[in-house]
Design a protein around this ligand. Structure first.
Ligand SMILES: Nc1nc2c(ncn2[C@@H]2O[C@H](COP(=O)(O)OP(=O)(O)OP(=O)(O)O)[C@@H](O)[C@H]2O)c(=O)[nH]1
Ligand SMILES: [Mg+2]
Length: 346
């Protein structure tokens, strides 16, 4: 075969793909989960809701610090240099500090599965042209800065979620820790995640020589920074004449966007800038595919129905067993009665 040096034109493909994506725009859904009071609502408000909606009437900080009591989603459309993005943020009520935390994450898992189910339902329908992708593309899981790594409730919740959504663990209220404490806690969390075989979102490996050196170093740094240490605030304070979002303490100011104080800005750029498409791809290729094949293997589930989780299946089986046992003891009782009556007749 001779090598054809003529121009075929497929080298223009990346441009086409880019244009198509730009035209369609990005739909991205982010969720925050974790213990109550770790600053979930504050972080998403300070990173996204207020910053991205500059003209919006924003309630005062005092009004915002209410505990979240139900799943709340906020959707906003924004455009930047011709690129459109629809960002949905799902805020969830934190796990309370109660003695019995059993399955307090059920509503969160159900929300993620409902959204996967809806996509599957839409995809199996007649009109597949304009499917809205409302699947959860990333879940920020908040870890307490006061503990020594993952708590049992974190392990249980993450285990219930990690097959369904990309998890990005973050340490909330990171301003409560010194640099050394933070480094130790990050290492502890990474060890705990590995010990409990919890899969979190993996930053993609760089392709050999393709990527430039700077990008590779950046990517490696990101990998090593997980879990990101985040700080949130809804207050704007003045530092050397600059107005910044920050937390004012008697001894100084913690700036939310200052890389030396917090990794919140890095986190935002990962989510809505550098890794948006990869998070979407990973959702489609791993989590959605696994959900889809599980669903299709289930007998008696109609399109769009959510397959029962393993826990639900175990519960179902237990209930069936209980029913059988009740039936058996009923029969046994009847037999005994019959036996006594027979003996009396004799
Ligand atoms: N030190 C510190 N305090 C914070 C930070 N972010 C929020 N807070 C404070 O922590 C308290 C709880 O913040 P929320 O944002 O309501 O916490 P949440 O995780 O949404 O709580 P739930 O809605 O109950 O799950 C508020 O008093 C915040 O001002 C932070 O980064 N550092
Ligand atoms: Mg909240």
């Amino acid at each position: 075969m001779t090598e054809n040096k003529e121009y075929v034109g497929f080298s223009a493909l990346p441009g086409q793909v880019h244009r198509k994506t730009v035209k369609k725009g990005f739909e991205f859904t982010l969720m925050v989960v974790g213990e109550s009071g770790l600053g979930k609502s504050t972080l998403i408000n300070s990173l996204f809701l207020t910053d991205l909606y500059k003209d919006r009437k924003v309630p005062t900080a005092e009004e915002r610090i209410e505990p979240t009591v139900s799943l709340e989603d906020h959707t906003m459309d924004f455009e930047e240099k011709g690129v459109r993005m629809r960002l949905t943020i799902i805020d969830t009520p934190g796990f309370a500090d109660s003695v019995n935390n059993t399955n307090c994450w059920d509503t969160v898992v159900k929300c993620v599965e409902d959204r996967l189910g809806k996509y599957l339902h839409d995809e199996s329908g007649l009109n597949r042209r304009h499917i809205n992708d409302s699947r959860v593309h990333c879940c920020l899981y908040f870890i307490s800065p006061f503990g020594r790594g993952l708590r049992p409730v974190d392990v249980a919740c993450l285990t219930a979620l990690h097959d369904r959504v990309n998890i990005l663990p973050v340490i909330g209220k990171a301003d409560c820790l010194t640099y050394t404490e933070l480094r130790a806690l990050k290492q502890q969390v990474r060890d705990d995640l590995e010990r409990h075989s919890i899969r979190t979102y993996e930053f993609p490996d760089c392709d050999s020589e393709e990527e430039d050196e700077e990008y590779k170093i950046e990517n490696q740094k990101l990998k090593e920074s997980v879990p990101f240490a985040v700080v949130g605030s809804n207050m704007v304070v003045e530092v050397n004449g600059r107005k910044v979002r920050g937390r004012l303490y008697p001894w100084g100011i913690v700036e939310v966007e200052n890389m030396l104080h917090s990794e919140s800005a890095t986190l935002r750029s990962v989510l809505v800038q550098t890794h948006t498409q990869d998070l979407k791809d990973s959702t489609a290729e791993h989590h959605y595919e696994a959900f889809r094949s599980q669903r299709l293997q289930m007998p008696n589930t109609k399109n769009g129905d959510i397959p029962p989780t393993t826990d639900e299946m175990i519960q179902q089986k237990e209930q069936e067993l209980k029913k059988m046992q009740a039936l058996l003891s009923n029969m046994q009782e009847k037999l005994n009665k019959q036996h006594v009556e027979d003996e009396l007749q004799l």
